[in-house]
Structures are given as C-alpha cells and as structure tokens.
Design a protein. Sequence first.
Lengths: 111, 114
Amino acid sequence: DGGITQSPKYLFRKEGQNVTLSCEQNLNHDAMYWYRQDPGQGLRLIYYSQIVNDFQKGDIAEGYSVSREKKESFPLTVTSAQKNPTAFYLCASGTLNTEAFFGQGTRLTVV
Amino acid sequence: AQSVTQPDIHITVSEGASLELRCNYSYGATPYLFWYVQSPGQGLQLLLKYFSGDTLVQGIKGFEAEFKRSQSSFNLRKPSVHWSDAAEYFCAVDRGSTLGRLYFGRGTQLTVWP
C-alpha cells in the first residue's frame, strides 16, 4: 500500500536525551514535512524538505534537526535543546499542486 | 500573525442537523485551500481542496466547501451530520510560494449529540 509510515507510535524521552522519529513514504513525493501539534494550537511546521539533501527551517525549528539523504525518508531528531518536546508529531509528504498526505503520528512524552 | 482563522474552537450539533465550520485567511492572492479531519490520536485526512475553478467544491463523506474571494473565506458545510463526523477539523492554506508549505488554523472540535 502506498502511504506514509511513522514510527514509533509512542515514544518516551528522558530529560537530556536526543530521540529520533522515523518517517518513510513510498508515494514518490518530492517534498516532506514535519509538524508539531499541541492542543488548541493547530499544526506548526518544524522543518521541510523539497528535494533530497536539502531542507529548510519552518516556524519552530529550534531544538530539532532533520536529514534527507533519501527521497523516501525524512527522520526528525528532537534534541536536548528542545525544552518542551512533549507533543504529537506529524510527518507529511506532497508534490506540486497536490495536497499533503499525513502519517499517523508519533506521540512523544518526556518522563 | 495568524494567517488562517477558525473562529469556533468547539461546536456541538445534534445528529441530523446541518453543519457549517468557518475558515478565513489573510493572504492577498488566492491560495490553495484545504479542509482536513482528524480523529483522536490519528493523522489528518483530506476532506476536500480548492485550487481554482468552481468555487463550490465537493469532498468525501458528504462534505462541501465554498470559496468566497470577497470574504477571504472557505467554509465547510454538511447538510446532515452523522455521529461518526465527531472529530477535529482543520482548515489549511498553501500560499503557493513554497511547494506544499501549509498554514493551519487552530482547529474546530465537533461534538455530535445522538
């Protein structure tokens, strides 16, 4: 089946740890995105990539890092510099003049 | 500054009643417009989209939306709500300046009474 796969579904992080969220797509989309969702705030863009080996900061990039070594993959690392990482993270992909397709999300909790 | 406004945080309707969810945007040019739905703990599913042409667009699950340029609005409607429509609804805008870069409203939570 074509789609976007995010893993894991739930993730727990200790204070001071880096964690990496996985996002894989087999839709042959050029662009991929990471959004953060907090209650009552909608979705805010963290990073996006329009082509392999290139990515841009979104609105809330501080404390996050990404890589785009393959067209299919766009992992997000939540670093220890992100002071409030507990949130629901959504990955999406798209191409020119179409809508974005979303994964099922990863819920990250700091313990 | 908020680019996409959904003025209703929470709406409650009875099953079978009509529904209208409001969305306004603040860009000068006509952007690409979308409505997404999200069930708890899930990703977002596209309901419908407007790129150009007919300003009344039909979507999945019996939803429709009308683009009104003069009001910078893209309101979502459904003539008769079903209990399974209870979810959170997001309006989103793509200004077209960057491929697929979406700006989201804060969402409207829909509760349906039986």
